[in-house]
Ligand binder design. Structure first.
Ligand SMILES: O=C(O)C(=O)C[C@H](O)[C@H](O)COP(=O)(O)O
Length: 209
């Protein structure tokens, strides 16, 4: 799995926070049943690595990766837990080197021209654009398309079902990320049918051209 393939698999990548390890597998099954296979579990909670491990073992149709990967230790722990990709909010040389040597696909974050140039220098042409809305959103991505015509972005941060289509219509946007598919309230209630419905709604409304 490389990031080009990954970004083609789903118009939207849910950004997931797992507070309770037991929620991971039923939540992943609900998203997959709703048509979303690529899942980003953020390493923000103590349950995250166990969640990745359990999803990768028990939900074979899911392609599970780790989000909030901030350093080589996170990346290696994610790979060890069975993550098939990693997403980071930014990029460092150490993280780039760890991704290269481990072979794990990394989607690193960049928003400014210099950050994008550095990422390209380190071998990354598929980037997360984070935080998307706060960094200038659609207008910023349109402006970046001029000098960086071959770079593809996955904007994430501040995007909702209402604004998602605007992003996906851009030539340099391959997919988007968002937390709205797994809201805390539904997770706490273990409302897996509700999460499946959110996934179905997103898939129906957001087919990438
Ligand atoms: O922790 C990370 O590395 C992240 O990926 C941050 C997420 O992209 C945003 O938290 C998602 O943004 P919202 O959809 O606005 O909630």
């Amino acid at each position: 799995m490389n990031t080009t393939e990954l970004m083609k698999l789903s118009p939207v990548i849910p950004v997931i926070v797992i507070d309770d390890e037991s929620h991971a597998v039923p939540m992943a099954r609900a998203l997959v049943a709703g048509g979303i296979r690529v899942l980003e579990v953020t390493l923000r909670t103590p349950s995250a690595l166990a969640a990745i491990r359990n999803i990768s073992r028990e939900v074979p149709d899911a392609i599970v990766g780790a989000g909030t990967v901030l350093n080589p230790e996170h990346l290696l722990a994610a790979a060890d837990a069975g993550a098939q990709f990693a997403v980071s909010p930014g990029l460092t040389q150490a993280l780039a080197a760890a991704a290269k040597s481990s072979g794990l696909a990394l989607l690193p974050g960049a928003v400014t021209p210099s950050e994008i140039m550095l990422a390209m220098e380190l071998g990354f042409n598929n980037l997360k654009f984070f935080p998307a809305q706060q960094s200038g959103g659609v207008a910023m991505l349109k402006a970046l398309h001029g000098p960086f015509g071959s770079t593809k972005f996955c904007p994430t941060g501040g995007i909702s079902l209402e604004t998602a289509a605007e992003y996906l219509a851009l030539e340099n946007v391959a997919c988007i990320g968002g937390s709205w598919l797994t809201p805390k309230a539904l997770m706490q209630k273990q409302d897996w049918a509700g999460i499946q419905q959110l996934a179905e709604q997103a898939v129906t409304l957001l087919r990438k051209k």
